[in-house]
Design a protein around this ligand. Structure first.
Ligand SMILES: Cc1ncc(COP(=O)(O)O)c(C=O)c1O
Length: 429
């Protein structure tokens, strides 16, 4: 067993983890399926769906004085505390919106409409939710948009490439924690530190939608002004984006009922069920943490759980790349190219991008589906992929995004299917 494989969850824990999620090994119709598109929406925790259904079944408005309303307020208070546990956030505001994209547009707008400076900085790899928000509000407020290029070798963006664009006149830096195309992590701690050395009062907003389900985030070590994630990519449910805002960002003018506190961002009826989903996510990760730690503190257990998830996922990534037990890995399969294949796996989330010599990505995704495997074609004509792929000089890629509830057998099965597809494509079948 390799050193990486030693980091995998034990067989009994693995079984227990799989049983906590819906449809890990089978689709809803009972057919065996490998779902490797978790960066597009992850497996759902049964407990998160149960929590959502249980709380949303209650007709009560949380903004009342009766017992059930107070219960719903408690659910929200616990959910807000759990959002802070996930991010290690103190003070500031927590904001639940319909999507992560909606919150990103609102944050960018608040800074751009109210903070002086003749330019704003972002990267070419951003999701359209932040890139297009930056573009729109630069146009509306007459600023220059500066875009840091990608690094085709690492699949990320170099710290220097971002820092070199920041000057005394930069109003806002918007940067993602990890790329949802390549899986490359950006070094947010260095970026935040060095950006603030250039401009100490710089506003920084981070899109953590891709990265949050894969590793620990610690706002005390990476002090930024705004950060968001999406529960539906984090073992939870669709229908909410979660955002934390620093006090100074939260208090910038924004859409707000006049009588509410200056830092309040929620607009309209709160949805306690969405807070209950976040608490179910934290319960689950803390449960993984409790397997190897007897800490009592919820953040401590959450950290321990996320670290185990990260280690297990890194071992899965190594298996995908290098194979095991006689099964070739992606790096060795004839007719397959691995993109952004940075050797330092600690700099990568569990995402791999590949291309087939003899098959375009869309045809490859169909070939996978015929064999019971779901992956995603990233193609240049897509509004969600084009800009980023062009920056890497690529027309397309197949994105593979398993999750920590997969095991070694799942990786090997995927590799065998990949080898079969590559062989058939080469023979022109
Ligand atoms: C990196 C990243 N940021 C933002 C988003 C947008 O999230 P939402 O669908 O909640 O708006 C996505 C969704 O794919 C994403 O991958």
């Amino acid at each position: 067993m390799s050193r990486q494989q030693e980091q995998l969850f034990s067989a009994s824990l693995m079984q227990s983890i799989k049983s906590r999620f819906h449809y890990v090994d089978h689709d809803v119709d009972g057919r065996a399926r490998l779902f490797f598109d978790n960066a597009g929406g992850s497996f759902r925790l049964k407990s998160a769906l149960d929590a959502f259904a249980g709380i949303d079944a209650l007709p009560d408005c949380p903004e009342r004085i009766h017992e059930r309303a107070l219960f719903l307020q408690d659910i929200q208070t616990r959910g807000e505390a759990d959002i802070r546990h996930i991010l290690n956030a103190q003070a500031g505001s927590v904001y639940l919106s319909l999507t992560a994209s909606a919150a990103m547009f609102e944050m960018v707008r608040a800074v751009m409409e109210n903070v002086p400076g003749s330019n704003a900085v972002t990267t070419i790899l951003e999701h359209p939710s932040s890139f297009d928000a930056m573009k729109l509000y630069c146009e509306r407020t007459g600023r220059e948009l500066r875009v840091a290029p990608s690094n085709a070798e690492t699949g990320g963006v170099d710290v220097d490439a971002i820092i070199s664009l920041i000057d005394d006149d930069t109003a806002l830096l918007s940067v993602m924690y990890a790329s949802n195309i390549s899986g490359a992590k950006l070094d947010i701690a260095s970026i935040a530190k060095r950006a603030r050395e250039r401009r100490p009062d710089l506003f920084i907003i981070v899109d953590a939608v891709q990265h949050a389900p894969h590793a620990v985030i610690d706002l005390q070590k990476t002090p930024v002004d705004g950060i968001n994630f999406a529960p539906y990519k984090f073992f939870g449910c669709r229908g909410a984006g979660v955002t934390w805002l620093s006090e100074r960002l939260a208090e910038l003018p924004h859409h707000r009922l006049d009588a509410k506190a200056k830092g309040a961002w929620e607009l309209g009826s709160p949805a306690p069920a969405q807070f209950a989903v976040v608490s179910a996510i934290v319960d689950y990760v803390a449960w993984i943490g409790s397997q190897t730690s007897d800490a009592q503190d919820r953040r401590e257990l959450f950290i321990r759980g996320m670290k185990r998830i990260e280690e297990h996922e890194r071992a899965l990534l190594a298996l995908l790349l290098d194979g095991a037990d006689g099964q070739r890995g992606l790096r060795a399969i004839d007719g397959v190219r691995v993109f952004w294949d940075h050797d330092d796996l600690t700099r990568r989330d569990l995402i791999v991008g590949i291309g087939f010599d003899d098959l375009d990505p869309t045809a490859a995704v169909r070939a996978y589906e015929q064999r019971g495997v779901i992956v995603y074609e990233r193609i240049a004509s897509s509004l969600y992929s084009g800009r980023m792929l062009k920056s890497f000089n690529l027309d397309g890629a197949v994105r593979i995004s398993p999750l920590h509830c997969h095991d070694q057998g799942d990786m090997l099965r995927f590799l065998a299917v990949t080898e079969e597809i590559a062989t058939e494509a080469r023979r022109g079948e």
